[in-house]
Design a protein around this ligand. Structure first.
Ligand code: 5GP
Length: 124
């Protein structure tokens, strides 16, 4: 699986284009989505060059996997949607490949919330 070094999230990781950073650890970076679909919409990405979940789950080191999953929980607390911070919950979304609707070919989770989100899947 070939990783495109010029995808937009690779450029954000290299500080070539700006982002509104929410959180960072050794293995993951989180920043606000440029086109939010709800009151809260944060993207959480691994710092390593992984195209999607197929790539990441097969090739990432254990510490990278832990770092990304821990980041998801930390971000949810920071933005106030975590049930650990009295929040009302959220949805974490991972679009994977063409049928999954993935547009940026660097693995990312969306954390979406801050308001009720309705049903899980809509086909468009
Ligand atoms: P996907 O459809 O690949 O799951 O989601 C890609 C997400 O990246 C979209 O929600 C889109 O709004 C977001 N996005 C695309 N380009 C940029 C950018 O330059 N900066 C930020 N912060 N988000 C972006």
């Amino acid at each position: 699986m070939k990783y495109d070094l010029n995808n937009i999230f690779a450029k954000i990781l290299r500080n070539e284009i700006p982002c509104q950073k929410v959180y960072e650890n050794d293995y993951a970076l989180a920043f606000n989505d440029i086109n939010p679909q709800a009151k809260i919409h944060v993207l959480v990405i691994p710092k390593g060059p992984y195209v999607n979940m197929d790539d990441f789950s097969q090739n990432a080191k254990n510490e990278e996997i832990v770092g990304l999953i821990r980041a998801l929980g930390e971000v949810a607390k920071i933005v106030g949607v975590s049930t650990y911070s009295e929040g009302q919950g959220y949805r974490y979304i991972g679009n994977n490949g063409p049928d999954g609707g993935q547009e940026v070919p660097h693995l990312h989770f969306h954390i979406v919330g801050g308001e009720p989100l309705g049903r899980m899947v809509s086909k468009r």
